[in-house]
Design a protein around this ligand. Structure first.
Ligand SMILES: NC(=O)c1ccc[n+]([C@@H]2O[C@H](COP(=O)([O-])OP(=O)(O)OC[C@H]3O[C@@H](n4cnc5c(N)ncnc54)[C@H](OP(=O)(O)O)[C@@H]3O)[C@@H](O)[C@H]2O)c1
Length: 327
């Protein structure tokens, strides 16, 4: 049950310059998230105003709420979290030329600016792409941040080629389930880890081998892979060094691996922090429309349930993604 006041259809009719949004007013637990009516933002130069239809949930949403990543920049509070969106262009700011009103778009927000737990979102036009036509807004909002992370890890950091082998940790999760499909599309042999309840899901995604991380130590059965995608960190990251072939690469999206330890195994290491890249997003959108990349949405919630969506994600066992349906 939602703890938030829910908008009525009567209040919807009269609003033209306000919007409902969920904002964090301080750093802390889910209670710092407030569902409230606030001024509707306007698109500035080179920006577009998007009517948000759906917002994807990512671990970074609750990590920022809890005060992680504070060092990245001084964020102004209150802040609207939620950095994955799909929606429709509502209005165009001065000088913005890429889109027209009514275009269906999606993308990853800027972690330093307001996000998509809101009815409207202002984005720089260059960070936005046309939404894949073959999926609805809810499934489109599941894609940008996780798929860009997977893309930049597999193809930029590791340069994965056809015939190489990849171990993907948390292959059933938001990043993992898209990384598996992208690695298979690139022609790699893919090994994924998940708990027993997700092994069938991994096989459906196309892994060549699925490992139940609770029953089997992955380093006992995985040897000489070309890349490990570390989505877990800690001991999992350290143990991952042992399964790489000489010259292979450990790519973490959680924490920078130790260069010294990597050297001692004769392997390379890299840390990826996802960046906006509309060219990559356009390629990803094409793959979705070709049926080669299929996002899984496990749970759909309403905007006023954002706090619950974050807590559900924080529990760490989402299959695919959780998405807020806003329209
Ligand atoms: N650096 C970046 O730019 C960047 C970008 C995106 C994400 N991230 C980070 O990457 C991590 C993963 O993100 P995500 O969105 O994929 O998370 P997620 O969707 O919340 O991951 C959930 C998945 O993790 C699996 N899992 C949990 N513990 C596991 C373990 N010990 N071994 C294997 N699988 C395990 C769960 O599978 P079971 O239920 O089967 O256990 C579940 O499917 C987060 O820490 C996130 O903050 C970083």
């Amino acid at each position: 049950m939602s703890i938030f006041k829910v908008e009525t259809s009567a209040s919807k009719k009269v609003r033209t310059d306000t919007m409902f949004a969920v904002r964090m007013h301080s750093y802390g637990g889910p209670e710092v998230l407030k569902y409230e009516e606030i001024p509707r933002p306007k698109a500035g130069a080179g920006e577009i105003l998007i009517k948000v239809h759906a917002a994807g949930i990512n671990p970074v949403d609750w990590k920022i709420r809890e005060g992680y990543l504070k060092e990245m920049a001084n964020r102004t509070l209150p802040l609207i979290p939620g950095w994955d969106f799909s929606g429709v262009v509502d209005s165009i700011g001065p000088g913005a030329k890429k889109f027209e009103e009514g275009d269906e778009v999606f993308g990853k927000g800027d972690l330093l600016r307001n996000g998509a737990y809101a009815e409207y979102l202002v984005m720089r036009e260059e960070d936005v792409e046309y939404k894949p036509k073959s999926v609805d807004h809810v499934r489109a909002a599941a894609i940008p941040l996780a798929s860009l992370t997977a893309w930049q890890s597999l193809f930029e950091a590791a340069g994965i080629q056809s015939g190489q082998s990849v171990l993907i940790h948390a292959a059933a999760g938001g990043v993992g389930h898209l990384a598996v499909q992208l690695a298979k599309w690139a022609g790699a042999r893919v090994i994924g880890t998940a708990s027993k309840s997700n092994l069938d899901f991994l096989m459906e995604l196309g892994v060549d081998e699925a490992i139940d991380y609770q029953a089997t130590r992955f380093e006992d059965v995985v040897h000489k892979v070309d890349m490990v995608l570390d989505t877990i960190g800690g001991e999992t990251q350290k143990r991952s060094l042992k399964v790489l072939a000489k010259g292979g690469i450990l790519v973490s999206i959680v924490s920078q691996p130790s260069q010294e330890e990597a050297d001692s195994f004769g392997v390379r290491q890299s840390f990826v922090f996802v960046r906006n890249n509309a060219t990559q997003l356009a390629e990803i959108s094409d793959l979705v429309d070709s049926g080669l990349l299929i996002p899984t949405v496990e749970t759909v919630l309403s905007l006023s349930e954002a706090y619950y969506a974050q807590e559900l994600n924080k529990a760490g066992h989402t299959r695919g993604k959780i998405v807020l349906r806003i329209v």
